[in-house]
Write a protein that binds this ligand. Structure first.
Ligand code: ZN
Length: 707
């Protein structure tokens, strides 16, 4: 989108954020539209809130929804469009406009969530008048009112609001410190120190030095520089310097000039406030509060799950570590393996053992072919048709698609009916936030104002390399196998949101799905990236046009679980630390002491005593994962077990069984958040989830490899 347009009048008739088009006018939204639109829409929402909470307004789901949900839907969609543009085409003007709107919108949502008049109105709704979907949405709403502080009164209510506000400030400051401590580090080295580092990384570090008028290479702690240096730099001293800087970011152990970014005090205050918040709401600790809307029953259950998995992974991790030590001693003259050697030795061992490079694989994964293959699987398994569609977009490389399906349940009989649409923005560029994500543009909803079904729309955003011009011809974008997995993952979230048949927007698609179950459909899709019958049909060598050779696939498969023991234990260590920190930790005993206890219990690699990775653990101190980091592993049990149903029913020709696909679509994807995730899982699998499939997928089903 272009931001240089001079300011134009922003009356409601010309403000695209206030228009009535069914999809956001992404090509017309300008920074100057944001604040007037937010104020206008908030005005409408506040008015709707007053109307719906008036004494004589009926306590009836549809009546409230018709007045209040239709207003908040407009605000949500418009603000969603602004926030999306802020993520994918940031500019100073848009960021300023976004930051002006953010506190206004946040204040409204917080106030709405704890409005006791609205809470009373919802309480008074006669459950007998509700559909099954509405019953679930109503149950969630009642729970969220309580967790939002709607039952508190007087001083407790005021204190609760103050805690919320202070927590938001502290989290924001924690992130800023982590970011600034990363950004402010700077190390210039000579060319010899860069020996072994891939040439494209060296080009970038050389250019960074030149841009600053310096000789040599300028290194940073950002991952595209830090990771390859740790993996490939032959200079051990350089690895040690970089490791120390990275592992002490935002802590008391950082070098004096970075001491201002120390997060220690913030972390203590955040934990104390969380505990206080939980107690105000009647919980023993923050762990219990965090689990109230999640699938896991109790912190004790989560802790037992993590400890069980850790005990199972431990022998594999010990074997991984023994392999590394042996290889380092025999082949790399490193008899005393240190923390800063592990990624380096790991890469060398991997190259020796599996004899292929990521570069070789990439040549087969051309973006258009991969996308075709992905759509083909979804079409076959879930009985849908995916075609190109048109919509206003923010960038020429963005595409828009529609998903259609036949069937009585869509209301179209044997005609194709529209089920959902999605935007796909695959390519990295400046001004676009890193990483990959799925976001909802709108949810499926049988609208109480029009009586019509609003179909769901989603964003799929990735940061892959783009197509390049080579000798005057356009060469398609090449993906790494990790990129392909990422694409499948996000598409899995997309299918969950788009294939739903639920009519209440609060529980349709991904809405209302428990946080620790929401990664089921996404991680489920990743499995297809390891199926030969899938890969050979979605690969096409960029020059020869040949599909992936079987021999290369076998090497990839052999390397799939390389060091999965170590990786699993590391995730479990973080998860256990997080849950114990929010349940049994007390301020007297210190965060670091707890971290050490967890390491003593779980880890096979002890980092140096000065390492402080908790100080940049943004997931739990600044993200939504506090007492929730376990969710990744928890959902992986579900996704692996769900995928096992496909492995068990795979046809002789290697194609997945349609009946299993249909059942998965109906019981998991279409059901969305309309019932507890455990119920959906049982409806699909015919039994509760079991751990076996995950262990098998991680290569931990038999004895650890002993060769
Ligand atoms: Zn995900």
């Amino acid at each position: 989108m272009r931001m240089q347009t001079p300011s134009i009048p922003t009356t409601s008739s010309s403000n695209p954020l206030l228009g009535n088009s069914p999809l956001p006018a992404f090509d017309q939204i300008r920074p100057e539209h944001v604040e007037p639109a937010v104020r206008e829409l908030l005005g409408q929402c506040n008015q709707a809130l007053e109307t719906a909470t008036a004494m004589d307004f009926p306590a009836n789901w549809n009546h409230i929804s018709k007045v209040l949900d239709t207003a908040t839907e407009r605000l949500g969609c418009s603000w969603g469009a602004v926030s999306h543009l802020n993520s994918v085409c940031d500019s100073p003007e848009l960021r300023a406009a976004y930051n002006t709107g953010l506190p206004l919108v946040t204040e409204f949502w917080t106030r709405l969530g704890s409005d006791e008049r609205l809470y009373a109105k919802y309480k008074a709704i006669d459950a007998a008048t509700l559909t099954a979907e509405q019953v679930q949405a109503h149950k969630n709403a009642m729970r969220d009112f309580v967790l939002g502080g709607a039952e508190l009164t007087g001083a407790a209510k005021a204190r609760f609001a103050a805690i919320q506000e202070r927590q938001a400030e502290l989290s924001q400051k924690f992130s800023e410190n982590a970011l600034d401590a990363t950004d402010k580090f700077d190390l210039v080295v000579d060319a010899a120190a860069m020996d072994g580092v891939p040439s494209d990384v060296q080009q970038a570090t050389r250019a960074a030095a030149q841009a600053a008028g310096l000789d040599g290479h300028r290194l940073s702690l950002k991952l595209p520089c830090y990771l390859p240096v740790m993996q490939f730099a032959n200079d051990r001293e350089l690895r040690q310097t970089m490791y120390r800087a990275y592992a002490t970011r935002a802590s008391d152990q950082a070098s004096p000039e970075l001491a201002q970014f120390d997060n220690s005090a913030l972390m203590r205050e955040i934990l104390a406030l969380r505990k206080e918040e939980a107690v105000l709401l009647g919980f023993e600790n923050f762990g219990e509060l965090s689990l109230a809307p999640k699938m896991a029953e109790s912190p004790a259950r989560v802790i037992a799950f993590l400890r069980d998995l850790a005990a199972r992974a431990r022998p594999y991790a010990e074997q991984d570590m023994a392999d590394l030590r042996e290889f380092a001693r025999q082949h790399l003259q490193l008899p005393d393996l240190q923390a800063w050697d592990i990624p380096y030795v790991g890469e060398k061992l991997k190259e020796t053992r599996f004899a292929f490079s990521e570069q070789e694989i990439k040549q087969y994964f051309t973006f258009p072919k991969v996308l075709d293959g992905l759509f083909k699987i979804a079409e076959t398994l879930f009985e849908v048709v995916i075609t190109k569609d048109t919509a206003a977009v923010w960038e020429p490389g963005v595409s828009f698609y529609r998903i259609e399906r036949q069937g009585a349940d869509t209301g179209a009989g044997d005609r194709l009916a529209l089920v959902g649409q999605f935007y796909l923005d695959p390519t990295a560029r400046s001004g676009k936030r890193g990483g990959a994500w799925m976001d909802d543009v709108r949810s499926r909803w049988l609208r109480p104002d029009t009586g019509l079904t609003q179909t769901p729309v989603a964003h799929l955003v990735c940061n892959f390399a783009g197509p390049v011009a080579v000798d005057g011809a356009q060469r398609p974008a090449l993906l790494t196998h990790d990129d392909v997995i990422t694409l499948f993952h996000e598409f899995g979230h997309g299918l969950h949101h788009l294939l739903t048949l639920v009519n209440e927007r609060q529980v349709s698609g991904i809405s209302g799905v428990e946080w620790d179950a929401v990664e089921l459909p996404s991680q489920f899709m990743e499995n297809f990236c390891w199926e030969w019958d899938v890969l050979r049909h979605m690969t096409c060598h960029v020059h020869s046009g040949e599909s992936l050779p079987r021999a290369l696939f076998d090497k990839m498969l052999a390397a799939k679980n390389f060091q999965s023991g170590l990786q699993t234990l590391r995730q479990l260590e973080f998860s256990l630390f997080d849950m114990l920190l929010h349940t049994s930790h007390d301020a007297q005993n210190g965060i670091l002491a707890l971290q050490q206890r967890v390491r003593d219990e779980v880890a096979v690699v002890q980092p140096p005593a000065w390492s402080r990775n908790a100080h940049t653990f943004s997931h739990i101190f600044a993200g939504g994962y506090a007492a929730g980091y376990y969710s990744y592993k928890w959902a992986e049990v579900l996704s692996a077990d769900a995928y096992a149903a496909f492995e068990e029913t795979v046809l002789k020709n290697g194609q997945p069984d349609r009946e299993t696909g249909r059942k998965y679509r109906q019981e998991i994807l279409e059901a969305g958040g309309s019932r507890p995730a455990l119920d959906s899982f049982k409806a699909f699998r015919g039994r509760p989830p079991e751990l076996d499939a995950l262990l098998r997928h991680l290569g931990m089903a038999g004895n650890p490899r002993t060769t």
